[in-house]
Design a binder for this molecule. Structure first.
Ligand code: HEC
Length: 394
């Protein structure tokens, strides 16, 4: 009897382990970058032989269109942009982590020293300064006030090695920092037409500690040919580096893996109807929904590519958690200003996406939709995840 009971228990345990493993298998397959532990020193040398031994994974980057740019010409090029694909590899030792990013570009652009009309190719990675159990994901466009991120940036500017490290709380709020032990390099290969960059930093810095089982990381690429600079770039959603030396927090895993794969999350057709019934299209433009005035709220046309499902859920239920900065830093404040002849939006209240309460706290102009049922929210998120088309961006 006793043995039979034990056997059943063993079978049950085995079942629950495999069930929970399979519950997250799509997440591990599509969203996780497995880092390789090495004992040797890691540097920013893109030709280091270590990279031949580290398996890579492709990450997709979508044009950033949610925040409107102050440049008609650059905006008009957005529909011509292609989905960008980068091969990513990650290695670490006891002290540092190195991230290798390689992508194809048939037209390498190097920004001339004194030319304001030529734009550089470039690449960046960002990591949240805080992450883990109970901490929600930052805004993908370089963080937000509640979720600062550290950004590592390398650009191709003639005559100098243009690399910078920033702490950022969203567009237009970058503070350059000096980070001890951080290094970046970027090289073009004329035969393969590939740019390759390597970022190295200590696992633990003053701003963030990456000694964790799952570390969020996001990627951005600037293509000079499309006049890309600043917020005008291609962007990945949050990906997660798996560092095997550290344990995965179960709660954090359930949080970040929620909604993967989104095709099993809900009914996108019903989700679309719900966005219309709930008036999301009164503020946002997306898909064939084009009634909202551009600039009132982020354009959601390719939000499914750049946003993770748990982030989308929070955006709907608790818009105050992440407040997206859309301040146009090149304009003077003018309450009555209309979009200029380039259709750029001025820095006035109407196009600001938040209000400041009497408590001094920022509140999103988007009302919370926390009253929606779980099924409704799942269907809406399943629908938003299908939005990956920037081609008719206006
Ligand atoms: C009254 C206008 C308004 C309505 C209605 C509205 N939103 Fe928003 N939404 C905003 C604004 C403004 C922001 C940006 C500020 C912020 O971060 O909350 C935003 C942000 C978002 C974001 C984050 C976008 C990004 O780029 O990260 C998502 C997703 C979103 N809304 C989805 C929805 C959905 C789904 C609905 C309907 C259920 C909806 N919104 C209804 C104004 C609105």
């Amino acid at each position: 009897m006793k043995t039979a009971f034990k056997a059943t228990l063993a079978a049950l345990t085995a079942f629950s382990i495999s069930a929970s493993a399979s519950e997250f298998s799509d997440f591990y397959k599509y969203e996780v970058l497995n880092a390789k532990k090495v004992s040797k020193e890691l540097t920013a040398n893109v030709n280091d032989s270590v990279w031949k031994t580290v398996p890579g994974k492709y990450v997709y980057l979508y044009p950033q269109i949610s925040v409107r740019l102050n440049d008609k010409k650059a905006n008009s090029l957005i529909p011509k942009k292609k989905l960008q694909r980068a091969l990513v590899k990650v290695a670490y030792n006891d002290e540092v982590i190195a991230v290798y990013v390689s992508w194809k570009d048939d037209t390498p652009s190097i920004q001339a020293k004194y030319d304001t009309d030529s734009y550089a190719d470039g690449v960046s990675i960002e990591v949240p300064n805080k992450f883990g159990k109970g901490i929600t994901l930052p805004y993908i466009g370089m963080g937000d006030e509640n979720h600062p991120v550290t950004v590592y940036l390398q650009k191709t500017v003639a005559g100098r090695d243009y690399q910078k490290v920033f702490v950022s709380e969203g567009f237009g709020s970058l503070t350059e920092i000096k980070e001890k032990g951080a290094d970046i390099s970027m090289k073009y290969n004329k035969q393969t037409h590939l740019w390759t960059a390597v970022f190295v930093r200590p696992l633990k810095t003053e701003n963030s500690n990456l000694k964790a089982g799952l570390v969020p990381i996001a990627f951005a690429i600037w293509d000079g040919k499309f006049q890309e600079r600043d917020g005008n770039k291609s962007l990945s959603r949050w990906k997660f580096i798996r560092l095997k030396d550290y344990n995965v927090d179960k709660d954090y895993l359930s949080y970040v893996a929620w909604g993967v794969p989104y095709k099993k999350l809900g009914d996108p057709a019903r989700g679309k109807q719900l966005t219309i019934q709930n008036g999301c299209n009164g503020c946002h433009r997306y898909d064939d929904q084009k009634v909202a005035m551009p600039g009132l709220a982020p354009n959601l046309s390719d939000i499914g590519g750049i946003a993770n499902a748990p982030y989308l859920k929070e955006s709907i239920v608790n818009p105050d958690d992440v407040i997206i900065r859309n301040l146009n830093p090149n304009r003077h404040y003018n309450k009555y200003a209309k979009p200029d002849k380039f259709k750029a939006y001025p820095n006035n209240d109407m196009y600001k996406w938040y209000t400041v309460g009497s408590d001094g706290k920022k509140h999103s102009k988007m009302p919370p939709f926390a009253h929606l049922s779980e099924k409704d929210i799942n269907d809406i998120v399943a629908y938003l995840k299908t939005l990956r088309n920037w081609k008719d961006f206006k």
